[in-house]
Write a protein that binds this ligand. Structure first.
Ligand code: ADP
Length: 367
């Protein structure tokens, strides 16, 4: 296991492109961290700097308290799994797993022991004599993970390792990777553009935005319930959070034909008087008037489309022209084209400042 510290780490590529800006973070021994964000936001660059495959342009990177900026990749105690896992097609699973050790000239008995041990952790024992063409995508990915794991490492790096798998295999591999992490305990840094992967696997998530800017670092719970700015609010959660823009007048903002009093959901409403804000709430947080409990807003909408998913219905509606998505009880699916009143509990309402894009301070208890 390893403890990592990043202090003002920056990456500027030789062509002058500034891919990562002032990355600051401390990663604890054995943590599972996801770097998440849209394509091109600097996730792989950050991972490659950790691996020693890219130079750090400025700033400091420590492994277990030792400055590691100049440490060679080989001496960092890392293993890495990439998106394209390219197994050797003419070698069996056994040979694929042992290949690196064979190259290093490790004794055959020791290789055998390690291959069998790794195969056991990954549930590959019964496939050891098979060739990659006779394995499923998920099994191939497990062999790729095994190849990386077979060497004792303290830091495990994964760059979109599941993106070549279909949706079902991805879900299975997600929990397998978590289990592997639990059993080997290596500090793991995992890159993905998929917020669901990040939410389900991580101890903590780093949300990055294009240009290489870290937006928020926190547990899945913190990011879901306390997104610090509009970007994170819109990025975490599926379907995304609903945003309705308006100007604060008399402590209220217009949401459709209603004036919504912000006093109960922000700490200092006077501080935002006259400002453009976004009133926000998650699709899954809305309630029907018949099922709501506690203090709440009632918002009127017009239904554009409904999708029955089984456990819920997605309602695509508009609030005076602003498009929203609402997840509602499927037994109360509203009529397309009709009016639909829904409730947003105070505990689920967020306010963001349009200019700074930051959350307006709120001590409302989220649950
Ligand atoms: P992500 O992993 O989030 O998709 P990357 O870290 O791969 O993003 O890339 C971040 C940005 O840096 C992108 O705009 C990419 O085009 C740019 N970039 C990556 N590698 C290089 C390079 N060798 N030279 C110049 N720019 C690069």
């Amino acid at each position: 296991m390893a403890h990592l510290i990043f202090k003002d780490v920056n990456k500027v590529y030789p062509n002058g492109y500034h891919a990562v800006h002032d990355f600051n973070m401390e990663i604890n021994d054995g943590e599972f961290i996801c770097l998440v964000g849209d394509s091109g936001c600097g996730k792989s660059t950050t991972l490659r700097m950790i691996a020693g495959l890219e130079d750090i342009t400025s700033g400091e990177f420590y492994i277990d308290g030792v400055l590691a900026n100049q440490t060679s990749s080989r001496d960092r105690g890392i293993a890495m799994v990439f998106q394209s896992y390219a197994l050797y097609p003419h070698l069996t699973v056994y040979e694929n797993l042992g290949f690196g050790l064979t190259l290093e000239g490790v004794d055959a008995d020791l290789i055998d022991e390690k291959v069998r041990q790794t195969a056991k952790i990954l549930g590959l024992t019964e496939y050891l004599e098979r060739f990659p063409r006779n394995l499923s995508g998920g099994q191939c990915q497990r062999v790729a993970v095994g190849r990386a794991l077979i060497r004792k490492v303290n830091i495990f790096l994964m760059d979109e390792p599941l993106s070549n798998l279909d949706a079902k295999q991805r879900v299975t591999m997600r929990s397998e990777i978590k289990q592997i992490h639990r059993s080997i305990g290596a500090t793991t840094i995992y890159v993905t553009h998929d917020q669901t992967e990040a939410m389900t696997m991580s101890d903590r998530i780093v949300v990055m935005k294009s240009g290489g800017y870290v937006q928020q670092i926190g547990t899945p719970y913190e990011l879901y319930f306390h997104p610090c700015n509009l970007f994170v609010a819109g990025f975490i959660g599926e379907p995304p959070m609903n945003f309705i823009k308006g100007k604060v007048e008399n402590a209220s903002v217009k949401v459709g034909d209603k004036s919504v009093d912000l006093t109960p959901v922000v700490d200092d409403v006077k501080a935002i008087e006259g400002r453009e804000v976004v009133f926000a709430f998650r699709p899954e947080a809305v309630k029907l008037p018949s099922e709501v409990a506690g203090d709440h807003y009632v918002i009127e909408s017009t239904v554009d489309l409904t999708e029955l998913l089984g456990d819920t219905t997605n309602v695509y509606a508009n609030v005076d022209g602003a498009n929203v998505i609402l997840k509602v009880n499927p037994h109360h699916t509203p009529e397309i084209g009709g009016k639909f009143a829904f409730c947003v509990p105070y505990s689920a309402a967020y306010v963001y400042d349009c200019e700074t894009e930051l959350a307006v301070k709120s001590s409302v208890k989220r649950h």
